[in-house]
Design a protein around this ligand. Structure first.
Ligand SMILES: [Zn+2]
Length: 434
């Protein structure tokens, strides 16, 4: 008798629990933005759904406006009336395509309807106001005719109608970011850019601007790009040089020194270049340049920018690389000084560049000093033009004591010769930016 009562009591409790869970009156929860703005190209919207009680049963997302309704997404979720649904929470990311937005004139809403597996079939309807911003930023380019050259640099000033996600200069597929013009409001912009060595002189050079919702505009100006072919150079490698270099790159017991050299000259070089791009990615917003870059004093040029080098060992071609800087030799352990004021972003070992200093001069302009024997600055330190950074040497992938000097605009190496020329800097950079 007692056990029957107990069983009955348990059944009553079980029925009560079942009823509570299956007959809950909590409507599903929809969490998303309070209102939405999309660009003409459309975009994705994140919607969080939850129903902790009976579980989610179905959802329907539509775009509704005066001209009609477009179904964006409809889903049903497994479950049954006795056990409920298996899914209690879900994030949806419906994509609203450009075509769906074309018909939208005036007010529009994103409608999210969600149902649950409760015996009461609770549902929630959220209507999120949606507007379409079709207006691309307007760009007014201030510069006139600009003479450029392959492997050379340029500067441009422009004004935007609105500040958006990003703006700058596009050269072919490369992008050079723009910065607020010093002393102006933030809609007045300046950018340095480069014509990558070996590129097509016909490639487009345009100012681009993209607003926060993805509307994009481009504006060109009159440019003339002179072609500047790379020069071929033949570099003979000696076994003695290899014997000195390979151990520096953990290649000392290699059976094939020629392959080991090629590995350093290609794979290690590419790795070092990737690291270097990370180090210089965050440039200062003001150009710290008071005239031309200063060339190492009393130095002799032993190799120029843009040599397409083929390396030979005992008459056999073993590797190749393009030399993207100047080699400057003075005396051994000569003073190496900053080419312009700036901020040291790196001072340390950098693979093929050996002991290396990188200085950020702002607006994406960087100078590199490689193969040093000693360093006298630290990352983060501000330096003046002519301030000693260290002494020349032959660290990294270097044969004799010299300075490897490079200039980068954005992440593109450019010929330093323009930046060493006060007349070029005045007419092509300072005038353009003012
Ligand atoms: Zn060099």
């Amino acid at each position: 008798m007692r056990s029957l009562k107990l069983i009955l009591a348990l059944l009553v409790v079980a029925a009560a629990v079942w009823t509570c869970q299956r007959a809950e009156r909590e409507a599903p929860v929809v969490e998303t933005a309070e209102d939405l703005t999309l660009g003409a190209a459309g975009g994705e919207v994140a919607i969080d759904l939850a129903d902790p009680g009976a579980g989610l049963r179905g959802v329907r997302v539509t775009l509704s406006h005066a001209e009609g309704e477009t179904l964006l997404l409809e889903r049903e979720f497994a479950g049954d009336l006795f056990l409920g649904g298996a899914l209690n929470a879900l994030t949806l990311r419906p994509r609203i395509a450009a075509e769906s937005l074309e018909a939208v004139q005036g007010d529009a809403w994103l409608r999210v309807e969600v149902r649950d597996w409760s015996l009461f079939a609770n549902s929630t309807l959220r209507e999120i106001p949606l507007s379409v911003d079709r207006e691309a930023p307007e760009i007014e380019v201030a510069s006139g005719l600009t003479y450029l050259r392959e492997a050379g640099s340029g500067a441009v000033a422009y004004t935007l109608s609105e500040l958006g996600e990003r703006d700058g200069v596009r050269v072919g597929e490369r992008f050079f970011r723009g910065f607020a013009k010093p002393g102006g409001d933030e809609l007045q912009r300046v950018a340095l850019f480069a014509i990558p060595p070996g590129s097509d002189p016909d490639l487009p050079v345009v100012v681009v601007a993209e607003d926060a919702v993805g509307n994009r505009a481009e504006a060109g100006w009159a440019t003339v790009v002179k072609s500047w072919p790379l020069r071929d150079a033949h570099v003979t490698i000696s076994p003695a040089f290899l014997a000195r270099i390979l151990p520096r790159f953990d290649h000392d017991d290699d059976a094939d020194p020629a392959a080991a050299f090629d590995d350093i000259n290609t794979r290690v070089r590419a790795e070092n270049e990737r690291r270097l791009r990370e180090l210089i990615a965050d440039s200062d917003t003001q150009l710290a340049l008071d005239g031309a870059l200063q060339q190492m004093s009393g130095s002799m040029v032993t190799s120029r920018f843009g040599e397409r080098r083929a390396y030979f060992l005992k008459g056999k071609r073993i590797s190749e690389a393009v030399h993207l800087g100047y080699d400057l030799a003075a005396t051994a352990r000569a003073r190496v000084t900053a080419a312009a004021p700036g901020r040291v972003v790196y001072a340390g070992d950098l693979g093929i560049y050996g002991k290396c200093v990188l200085i950020d001069h702002g607006l994406g302009l960087t100078t590199l000093y490689g193969h040093l024997s000693s360093l006298e600055v630290k990352a983060g330190q501000r330096v003046e033009r002519g301030q000693q950074l260290g002494r020349s040497g032959a660290t990294g992938l270097a044969g004799g004591d010299h300075l490897h000097f490079s200039v980068l605009v954005g992440d593109v190496y450019v010929d330093p010769i323009e930046w060493w020329d006060p007349e070029w800097v005045r007419t092509h950079v300072q005038t353009a930016l003012e």
